[in-house]
Design a protein. Structure first.
Length: 256
């Protein structure tokens, strides 16, 4: 009984015990067909589009699947994409240091409909809190307390709109569980957070009290920043009181 080889298309006589199972005339043809099948499967899985420059490329054979799956065509694109979240948005001035006057002037320039939209986002998905910022180079103190407004969602466009208006830090959090969507986060600190709170305060409902305390906290903190009065017991106690009240409002679960 003769059969046709699936690799070289030559007729051959199969082994008497492998008449129905044998598909190739020799081990060489079998290995050739196996390598060809692996190559076709690799090309189908490895063909992808760079997340940074949108160029089509072939991923390295060792980085087709798993946690190390290749997403960028080059190291430069990977570096640019990684640093993209660290860049400041166009809504605010690019320098990190802002004054109270600049923050209040910017808050007054935001449209009413935009302010209501941002208030809804932060009221539902955002967080208003205070945190300790390491500031060991400052005179007379080892740390500085700052207010922080952060919001995280799986919808990138909504978070981009906040970042483009108030600037701050934008990042993408990639979840290890493949069934979960990645989360986009925008984080505002100091006077940027202060400006954001001034914009959204008239429209807040759930986080209105936290916003009021954070605004007062920022104003008190700034009046003593840059001097040794920052360590004055009365000022420190007042700031700590605001911090504790905001933290209590943000506490989850039933209140004791």
């Amino acid at each position: 009984m003769e059969k046709k080889c699936e690799s070289c298309n030559k007729n051959y006589e199969p082994h008497r015990t492998q008449v129905t199972r044998q598909r190739y005339c020799s081990k060489t043809c079998e290995q050739t067909a196996y390598r060809l099948a692996r190559r076709i499967k690799y090309e189908a899985e490895a063909k992808r589009t760079c997340l940074s420059c949108a160029t089509e490329f072939m991923a390295a054979p060792t980085r087709v699947r798993g946690k190390l799956s290749q997403r960028f065509c080059s190291e430069r694109c990977a570096r640019d994409h990684r640093n993209q979240g660290r860049r400041k948005g166009p809504g605010f001035k690019k320098s990190q240091e802002l004054s109270r006057l600049e923050a209040e002037q910017f808050a007054a320039s935001v449209k009413t409909e935009d302010a209501a939209y941002f208030a809804g986002l932060i009221d539902g998905e955002g967080t208003i809190t205070t945190h300790l910022c390491d500031n060991r180079h400052a005179r007379g103190r080892g740390f500085t307390e700052r207010i922080r407004v952060s919001i995280g969602m799986t919808h990138e466009a909504a978070i981009r709109s906040v970042h483009e208006t108030f600037s701050g830090h934008f990042r993408k959090e990639i979840k290890k569980n493949t069934r979960w969507n990645d989360v986009y986060v925008c984080e505002l600190n100091g006077w940027r957070a202060y400006a954001c709170l001034l914009v959204i305060f008239p429209y807040l409902i759930t986080k209105r009290e936290q916003a009021h305390l954070a605004i007062e906290f920022q104003r008190i903190r700034k009046t003593v920043t840059g001097s040794r009065m920052d360590w004055h017991p009365e000022v420190a106690a007042q700031r700590r009181d605001y911090h504790d009240r905001i933290r209590k409002l943000n506490r989850r679960g039933r209140q004791a």
